[in-house]
Write a protein that binds this ligand. Structure first.
Ligand code: 1GP
Length: 227
């Protein structure tokens, strides 16, 4: 399963704290996307996460959890993405919460199902930037340095450029991908049309589409472009 991630080009990220009808969920899960990521910054609980997992499980595609809070760790996902927010000003988002989780779940953890992500939060107005107190106003060289931190120093398998809510600088995304040698580059933020999906796909390995699912389902579905 771990290796399957390498082939993912497009994923939808569903927020357990937001409502989605059965019809829209059906269209998302049968859209041709490569996987469903379940996660969000706020309001994520055990109950709303397990509920969404059960609904997505009716479909054949992989369903992975991106963990933002220890309370919402739910067994039964195919994989667990573990964000390490490299540009957070608060240690709890880099190792603190992770240490608590390891203390609590230590021996029960399915280590082979955990995929750490070197997160670089780049939209200072996003919920995730505020929550993690990220130093999001980074210049080009700082972003490249973060990518090197992620891959070369910490050897994380995934580097995630997170512009959540805003379409980012595709030249910079492409430059980061050209810098990375081993790790996979996830890009997320503001993909709300086929055109933007194509641009992001040309710059990153894997694109993540979130908000537009809840704003305009037709446009969300358009982001599943030929690739
Ligand atoms: C959020 O990167 C994802 O974690 C997707 O961003 O919600 O802006 O699509 P959007």
């Amino acid at each position: 399963m771990h290796e399957d991630i390498r082939h993912w080009r497009h994923v939808f990220k569903l927020d357990p704290d937001k409502e989605i009808s059965d019809e829209h969920l059906d269209r998302i899960c049968t859209s041709g996307t490569d996987a469903i990521v379940v996660g969000g910054s706020t309001g994520v609980t055990f109950d709303n996460t397990i509920d969404l997992l059960a609904r997505v499980r009716r479909y054949e595609l992989p369903c992975v959890s991106e963990i933002s809070t220890i309370e919402a760790v739910v067994p039964g996902f195919d994989l667990y993405l573990i964000p390490v927010v490299l540009n957070s000003r608060q240690g709890q988002w880099i190792t603190g919460r992770h240490r608590e989780a390891l203390k609590q779940f230590g021996k029960m953890l399915p280590w082979e199902s955990l995929v750490p992500e070197g997160y670089v939060v780049l939209n200072e107005d996003s919920t995730v930037a505020r929550l993690t107190q990220a130093d999001a106003n980074l210049g080009r060289q700082d972003v490249i340095a973060c990518a090197n931190l992620s891959e070369k120093l910490f050897r994380l398998p995934v580097c995630y450029l997170e512009y959540s809510g805003k379409f980012g600088d595709m030249d910079l995304v492409r430059e980061v991908r050209d810098t990375l040698e081993e790790s996979q580059l996830f890009y997320g933020g503001g993909i709300d049309s086929a055109e933007r999906a194509r641009q992001a796909l040309a710059a990153a390995d894997t694109i993540v589409v979130g908000n537009i699912i809840y704003e305009d389902i037709e446009r969300a579905l358009e982001t599943v472009v030929d690739r």
